[in-house]
Design a binder for this molecule. Structure first.
Ligand code: GDP
Ligand code: MG
Length: 164
């Protein structure tokens, strides 16, 4: 199998930070097939002897908080088409937003496994705030992680690589 993980979610939740942690910054490869538009990046990672490819889909709105419905659809459709497992990332520091709900609504189109990942859970107090994201109705479990420190990412990967 191809073992492809896609990371999706609104801007600034920490997708690229997790991507870099999973693949190692030096391994990140920019996909130039679309010319100057760096609309996705691919990298390779390994966990417990399982090898995988990670797609960071956030490049459409790089450096901007502005995101349009078409961009959400494009990002999520890429993930649905190419990925075996989707990591839907939200930000526990910012809390639940309307854009998170828009992503969830598009993600409901797929039967592929979706992991709801609540990032920026840097402290135990923050990790205990993730419950509000159950309202997205997208997953029965929420993985509280800190992409910055790496906490929680091991437990997440333990589950994800079971698909590979
Ligand atoms: P993206 O737009 O979803 O790719 O988000 P980025 O990876 O670019 O991160 C957006 C901002 O959130 C940056 O300033 C990161 O340093 C910060 N960030 C990412 N992960 C964490 C985390 O686990 N904790 C905290 N406190 N900040 C984070
Ligand atoms: Mg990014």
């Amino acid at each position: 199998s191809t073992n492809i993980i896609a990371i999706v979610g609104r801007p600034n939740v920490g997708k690229s930070t997790l991507f870099n942690r999973l693949v190692g910054r030096r391994q990140a490869i920019m996909d130039n097939e679309s010319g100057v538009t760096r609309d996705r990046s691919y990298g390779h990672g390994e966990w417990c002897g399982k090898f995988f490819t990670v797609i960071d889909t956030g490049g459409y709105v790089h450096g901007s908080d502005d995101i349009f419905e078409g961009e959400i659809n494009k990002q999520v459709e890429l993930a649905i088409k190419e990925a075996d497992v989707i990591l839907f990332m939200v930000d526990v520091d910012a809390g639940l937003t309307g854009l998170d709900e828009e992503f969830a609504n598009v993600l409901r189109r797929t039967d592929k496994p979706i992991y709801l990942v609540a990032n920026k859970a840097d402290t135990n107090a923050r990790a205990h705030q993730v419950g509000e994201f159950y309202a997205l109705g997208i997953a029965d479990e929420i993985y509280a992680i800190s992409s910055q420190s790496g906490s929680g990412t091991g437990d997440l990967l333990d589950e994800v690589v079971k698909h590979f």
